[in-house]
Design a protein around this ligand. Sequence first.
Ligand code: MN
Length: 255
Amino acid sequence: MQSRQFDIVGDVHGCLEELLELMAALGYRVEQQSGGFWVAPPEGRTLAFLGDLVNRGPSTPGVLRLVMGMVRAGQALCVPGNQDVKLSNAFKGHTVEETVGLTRSLEQMADEPLEFQAESMEFLDSLPSHFNLDDGRLVIAHAGLPERLHGSESAKARAFATGGQTTCERDTLGLLVRSNWAANYRGKALVVYGHTPLVEPLWLNNTVNIDTGCVYGGRLTALRYPERETVSVGARRVYSASRRGFRLERFRFKY
Ligand code: MN
């Protein structure tokens, strides 16, 4: 892909209405047609999804249909998040932690044609762990990525990019504390990531987290690159309660 201008979208989690509103704000024309979406991106721009397309929100199938269509048409890139992996694993019959968010997606997918279900899981399984773009000046990965793993196709790079890393510590809720790789990042590439919902985008060193917790009633945010401007739209409602208490997240991490 030759494009060097990207609109990078944070964790969508099935929030289709907000995604359509955000795309309109970014200048994408979208028409809903029977069986899919017709999309006209602004000249020279490519949409890039940071993963966690699915689970917790109201329309996992709708988001999958839109993103899958755009990726096939060469209009979008997408990397997988831990929730996308989890849904795919559940479909394969692997043992996964059952959560309300996953069950909601499985119920939504059960109403879809079997062919769409199969295509969706093939799509999620086909995604590269991360993208290294603009001649190494831009990296996108769901949970971020330390510089030593940029461009690596190893299992380690995939595990980090999709699920991040936790420390041995537990927080007051008993959840493992996520390691703050960005605090030690000194790389040249701008790393754009999501995974940990925050009240507002967080720039740190040459990294930015743009997961602003739409599904928890926050916002859905895009980063325009190379402009480095964020554009966001508010959630229409609170779709899911955050286990990690996203309202408090900015205080939990000591950056
Ligand atoms: Mn997420």
